[in-house]
Design a binder for this molecule. Structure first.
Ligand SMILES: NC(=O)c1ccc[n+]([C@@H]2O[C@H](COP(=O)([O-])OP(=O)(O)OC[C@H]3O[C@@H](n4cnc5c(N)ncnc54)[C@H](OP(=O)(O)O)[C@@H]3O)[C@@H](O)[C@H]2O)c1
Length: 261
């Protein structure tokens, strides 16, 4: 299927690995000029051949710096993918809400919500001019209660932001949608010392046993975690003019984890 994206431009945040890298790869393979960004420009991101930019999007000036660089490199932005996000390091998952101080809440809101606010605010004039599209990467944590709570709350804000933007800017030709992944096989789940390892410890299990049990524990109907490329395929479709009447929507790629209709 030709997604009619050839020759258009995209900015993808959190593009050095995981879901963001898969999105940048997919959009590049569709003939787009993709500027991928993260704090680290990994060899995998550099190998895509597009312009890459290193910036810390948890900082208040990160969004402006990214977009002014992107406009210089690309000449304008057709598609923005706000993918950057994740848990704050050092949070004790077993402790839950009581382990979260103000500084942790602020860091979580900065990277999971305010990064998208700031990048979008800076990019919108160009996206409006080009009648482009935005896709925000949220999480099942926005729709159900999982630890850590700060992450879910920030992602719920992001999902709400997408809807608000779709209403305000729809009449000016901009579409805004949300993609809501469930457990997806990125470093967070692959690294025994990372998020999955912390969850395993909180559950009193070894990493291997925890991962083997995960589909059943979480109720993943497909019996496995999603692949980053599966998330990327949906994002690319939503970015495409073929999805011209889809806006303000929130699509799950969660293998059936969320049970509510
Ligand atoms: N994987 C899942 O199971 C899952 C489930 C639901 C939702 N999601 C969401 O999907 C998105 C991608 O998840 P993922 O698992 O692919 O994440 P990941 O593997 O941890 O990658 C995160 C990306 O964001 C970049 N990043 C992190 N902090 C940054 C900062 N301060 N400034 C700029 N870039 C930063 C990282 O690069 P640097 O470290 O080099 O900066 C990396 O490129 C996130 O929003 C996440 O919340 C993931």
């Amino acid at each position: 299927m030709d997604l009619q994206l050839t020759g258009k431009t995209a900015v993808v945040t959190g593009a050095s690995r995981g879901i963001g890298l898969a999105i940048a790869e997919y959009l590049t393979s569709e003939g787009m000029r993709v500027l991928g960004t993260a704090r680290t420009v990994t060899p995998q991101l550099a190998a895509l051949g597009g312009p890459a930019f290193s910036v810390d999007l948890s900082r208040p000036d990160g969004g402006k710096r990214l977009v002014s660089h992107a406009l210089e490199e690309l000449g304008g932005i057709d598609v923005l993918i706000n993918n950057v996000g994740g848990g704050v390091e050092g949070v004790d998952l077993a402790e839950g809400f009581l382990s979260l101080d103000d500084a942790t809440w602020q860091r979580s809101l900065d990277i999971n919500l305010l990064s998208a606010v700031r990048v979008t605010r800076a990019a919108l004039p160009s996206i409006i001019e080009r009648r482009g599209a935005i896709v925000n990467i949220s999480s099942i944590g926005a729709r159900a209660s999982y630890h850590p709570v700060d992450y879910g709350v920030a992602k719920a804000g992001l999902t709400n932001l997408s809807k608000a933007l779709s209403e305000e800017f729809g009449p000016r030709g901009v579409r805004v949608n949300t993609v809501t992944p469930g457990p997806t096989l990125t470093q967070n789940w692959k690294d025994p010392e990372g998020y999955a390892g912390d969850l395993a410890k909180a559950a009193g299990l070894g990493y291997d046993e925890f991962m083997a049990r995960l589909p059943a524990t979480m109720g993943i109907s497909t019996g496995r975690l999603a692949e980053p490329a599966e998330v990327a395929a949906l994002v690319a479709f939503l970015a495409s003019p073929l999805a011209g009447s889809i806006t303000g929507a929130d699509y799950r790629v969660d293998g059936g984890v969320l049970k509510a209709v």
